[in-house]
Design a protein around this ligand. Structure first.
Ligand code: HEB
Length: 444
């Protein structure tokens, strides 16, 4: 592999996005979890849930801070690394990019008020109401930024003449065909990932022997949320697959190693390709790809061979799809088993294997987020703006990207370590039970 400017620009962008998405995902999902915990706390007058909301909100500030830094870096890198793309597309995506910033400030302002007004209002619900603009702000910024990504997949709202955009209609560009499925899937997967991460933390505490009420209630709530949200992601994932089959068939075909157009197409799970390009060692589920593409086992699914050879996405994205879907099934299975076992008094839902599975589900959900984005981004190759501009045409011609790459890698390493250390310190010095005594000394 030759490390030219384009390759280095791609690597630097990929690294930045893969780091940023961790914090962005938590940023979208966590406000919802905080709002749910505080809601239950007020409703049942239960200090444990109120404490949960407080502690989650406190941890959330750290991840928001890192998200702001990496988000700003992305903005800078876009213009520095992809100047031709920004020159052409900049005018049309400026609107959603601006609205994302606006949504972020909206969220940040109310988050600030939320954090400083615990116990300051007469009515408890007044404080809870502040979670609504925070949730709206964070989910709206996901909506706007995903709109830009959707635009890169299905650009519309302009005409291209001599390399310049004319007749620009930014609203039409935002309402592009890929937008609904992507926004739904991104928001739903952020919710499930945040729930799964909080569940993993609760499971970890219980495995370490902290079996207090606080930990058990936190575990029940977060796993129940994982269960509900995992139903949502299977619906939105299905919508995404149907969208691809319809509008971006080459991405689905590459992800599914589906080479010939046919009806009753099989779903290929894992497997390998031999030298002749034949599929081996796969798990083959008859006709299910057709069903995924169009809700009937006889739907015709367009094969990769219909795409010109130099416009085919790399075939390794298949493994990204498999990883993402397997983890989705794992999340659904563990949360369902826990919720069921927890209902039956005789059964012990707090058994070690199940707790270990819940512990694993947090990091795994984040792996699925990364796999999903790699699938979506690499699956768009070779295009930066599908049908209009290839990645190679958009990159910078500067040759100092190599050093920049190393510097940013170090920066992310330091940021990542700092975030983890601060979070651990924050909670280690104040265990839940101690904090509960301090804040709610007169409870029942
Ligand atoms: Fe996913 C992406 C499907 C699960 C995360 N996904 C995606 C796609 C598809 C899918 C088709 C592509 C789209 C485009 O590109 O447009 N999924 C799916 C399914 C499932 C899933 C079917 C099963 C249920 N996911 C999942 C999970 C997760 C995810 C579990 C995590 C948690 N994805 C994701 C992401 C992405 C994806 C992040 C990127 C974005 C978009 O949407 O694109």
């Amino acid at each position: 592999m030759e490390l030219d400017g384009v390759m280095l620009s791609r690597m630097l962008t990929a690294m930045t996005l893969m780091f940023h998405i961790i914090f962005a995902t938590i940023g979208v999902g966590m406000p919802v979890m905080i709002a749910i915990a505080e809601f239950i706390g007020i409703k049942r007058n239960d200090p444990y849930y109120l404490l949960m909301a407080r502690r989650w909100a406190r941890g959330y500030t750290i991840t928001v801070a890192v998200g702001v830094v990496t988000g700003t870096i992305i903005g800078l890198q876009l213009s520095l690394l992809w100047p031709s793309f920004m020159e052409v597309a900049g005018q049309i995506i400026a609107l959603p990019l601006f609205m994302e910033t606006f949504a972020f400030f909206f969220e940040a302002i109310f988050l600030g008020i939320y954090l400083y007004t615990w116990d300051r209002f007469k009515g408890k619900w007044t404080h809870w109401l502040l979670t609504i603009p925070v949730m709206i702000g964070s989910s709206a910024s996901a909506l706007f930024i995903t709109t830009v990504n959707a635009f890169m997949n299905t650009p519309q709202g302009f005409e291209l003449k001599d390399g310049e955009m004319i007749n620009i209609d930014p609203i039409a560009a935002m309402l592009n065909p890929a937008m609904p499925s992507k926004v739904l899937h991104v928001v739903a997967t952020s919710y499930v990932t945040s729930a799964a991460i909080l569940a993993a933390i609760a499971a970890f505490a219980i495995l370490k022997g902290r079996r207090g009420q606080y930990e058990q209630k936190a575990l029940r709530l977060t796993v129940a949320c994982t269960f509900v949200f995992s139903l949502l992601i299977s619906i939105t994932g299905d919508i995404s697959a149907k969208f691809l089959a319809d509008v971006q068939p080459e991405k689905l075909a590459a992800a599914e190693w589906h080479f010939e157009t046919e009806k009753g197409a099989d779903l290929i799970f894992f497997g390998t390709l031999n030298e002749d390009g034949e599929i081996e060692n796969e798990i083959r589920i008859p006709k299910v790809l057709s069903f995924l593409a169009g809700n009937s086992f006889e739907t015709e699914v367009i094969g990769l061979n219909e795409t010109p050879e130099d416009e085919r996405p790399p075939l390794w994205i298949h493994y990204m799809f498999d990883t993402m879907v397997s983890i989705g099934m794992f999340l659904m299975a563990t949360s369902t088993i826990f919720v069921l076992m927890d209902r039956v008094k005789k059964w012990n839902a707090l058994n070690k294997p199940l707790l270990l599975a819940i512990l694993a589900s947090g990091p795994l959900a984040m792996v699925a987020i990364e796999a999903g984005w790699i699938l979506a981004e690499v699956g768009r190759q070779p295009w930066i703006m599908r049908g209009y501009m290839k990645v190679a045409e958009a990159a910078t011609t500067s040759d100092s990207v190599g050093l920049t790459f190393v510097l940013f890698a170090l920066l992310y390493l330091v940021l990542g370590i700092m975030a983890v250390v601060v979070l651990i310190k924050m909670f280690k010095n104040s265990p839940a039970e101690v904090e509960l005594e301090k804040r709610f000394p007169n409870r029942g």
